[in-house]
Design a protein around this ligand. Structure first.
Ligand SMILES: *[C@@H]1O[C@H](CO)[C@@H](O)[C@H](O)[C@H]1NC(C)=O
Ligand SMILES: *[C@@H]1O[C@H](CO)[C@@H](O)[C@H](O)[C@H]1NC(C)=O
Length: 443
């Protein structure tokens, strides 16, 4: 009986291997018709390479499982059927490991009536490592035909879904002029439900049609996926630094932070969090709603020093002034950081917080005036202290930072601390070390 099992396993392995070889042969003729399109050939090869790598990975996992079973057969003298009957998860456990190693992360792109979505789509397709791990879903509201045509011209490289409810939203008084925000919230709610429930994806990267992307956009999210899945004190991964202007950021492309402020603008969300949100999704201003304590529940996001997205469009619902005054100065990262090769466990709360407090409060303090005059005796990072809402706003304005609060949290703030660069030096704008929590009346 035992010997039989081994033969069976041997045969299975052989069949798997043959299948891989056949797959290669069968797919070979495909490349011939692309013989004049080197780029496409390259892409095909990349895809194939990736699929092979995945195949190898899952073979490895299978092999490990089989080895485990073999050991048990040797140890217990039982046959494989009994072992699987006693431990039905023996084979499926490795599958979960597999899912974590090779996640499928859907990119959900929100569209309405901007044909410039082409610029975003071209970048998505240029930087996407492969379609298997990063399927693209475009959700269109507004029923704008020219935009739909642009999206459909990409054929099977993406999935187009269309928001069916084009009814007017009746609003009275002041709310009327915010109708655009109501439509956006309705669209988001519908499309996220579609993506998580109908299309059944487990994790989604949410972007909008007016974003430029960094070359390592996918690498960034892929690397941070395990953190989002394992650290319950995180509720999003964002590509955006609200204070990411030239001069306020260092050129450390690999530098990442935790943020109590939900940045949005290219962010990753899991189904678990969506299940919390789906039944209370707001009618408007969904991003500020996500920032409220009832939704945030003291959780944080990861954000980069150098933004992985930048908005290029100024025609939209939020006014063009904000674009002209602020958004257009955000610096887009242009270097590729191999994030998946970097040990990112320092970002887990239990590691990060201790370090953060030590670093911030271990830095010497100077006054705002000293900083503005560059009158600082020491080298290295420094700290300035704010003790009130107005104190924060005054410093932020003088230093060129965003000066607003949402639910009491300043943009990019972590434990009340906002960090940025000034003349090549790292600065922490921090509350006193006795800080306990945000004051939601600060706005
Ligand atoms: C999403 O779907 C769920 C389940 O059908 C429903 O209860 C919820 O109201 C929907 N949410 C939104 C925002 O459409
Ligand atoms: C990653 O870094 C942490 C410290 O933050 C360390 O404890 C851990 O062993 C490292 N993991 C690997 C795989 O190097």
């Amino acid at each position: 009986m035992r010997r039989k099992t081994f033969y069976l396993i041997g045969c299975l392995s052989f069949i798997c291997w043959t299948a891989v070889l056949c797959y290669l042969f069968v797919h070979k003729p495909n490349t011939i018709k692309y013989v004049y399109k080197y780029e496409e050939v390259n892409k095909e090869v990349d895809i194939l390479e990736n699929e092979l790598k995945q195949q190898l990975k899952s073979n490895e996992a299978l092999l490990m499982t089989l080895k485990n079973i073999k050991e048990q057969i040797i140890k217990t003298g039982k046959d494989i059927k009994h072992i699987l009957a006693e431990n039905p998860s023996a084979l499926s456990m490795d599958r979960t490991v597999d899912i974590n190693k090779d996640p499928v992360i859907c990119v959900l792109l929100f569209a309405c009536n901007r044909i410039t979505i082409k610029r975003n789509l071209d970048q998505l397709l240029k930087y996407r490592p492969n379609p298997r791990n990063f399927p693209i879903v475009v959700s269109q509201d507004c029923g704008h035909e020219p935009t739909r045509k642009v999206i459909q011209s990409y054929g099977e490289q993406l999935t187009l879904i269309r928001q069916p409810d084009q009814s007017d939203i009746p609003l009275t008084g002041k709310a009327k002029k915010f109708k655009g925000y109501y439509k956006i919230a309705r669209h988001y709610g519908w499309a996220l439900n579609q993506t998580f429930h109908t299309l059944n994806y487990d994790t989604v990267i949410i972007i909008e049609d007016d974003l430029d992307l960094s070359p390592d956009f996918f690498e960034y999210f892929r690397a941070l996926y395990p953190l989002l899945k394992t650290d319950p004190t995180l509720y999003c991964i964002s590509a955006w630094n609200d204070n990411g202007k030239d001069g306020l950021v260092s050129n450390e492309a690999d530098k990442l932070f935790r943020s109590d402020f939900f940045p949005g603008l290219g962010w990753m969300l899991t189904k678990d969090i969506w299940l919390e949100f789906e039944n209370k999704w707001p009618k408007a201003f969904w991003d500020d709603w996500i920032r409220e304590p009832a939704q945030r529940k003291d959780r944080a996001c990861i954000r980069p020093e150098m933004s992985r997205t930048r908005t290029f469009g100024k025609i939209g619902v939020s006014n063009g002034l904000f674009y002209e005054k602020h958004l257009k100065f955000i610096k887009l990262n242009e270097e590729s950081v191999p994030f998946t090769q970097i040990n990112l466990t320092y970002l887990l709360k239990e590691n990060y917080d201790v370090d953060w407090v030590k670093t911030v409060y271990g830095s010497p303090t100077v006054t705002l005036q000293q900083l503005l005059r560059s009158d600082i005796p020491s080298d290295g990072p420094i700290r300035i202290t704010y003790g009130s809402k107005d104190g924060y706003k005054k410093a932020a304005k003088a230093l060129g930072l965003m000066d607003d609060f949402k639910s009491g949290v300043p943009r990019t703030g972590y434990r009340g601390v906002v960090t940025f660069m000034r003349k090549g030096r790292r600065v922490y704008l921090a509350p006193p070390p006795t800080w306990k929590q945000y004051d939601i009346t600060w706005r």
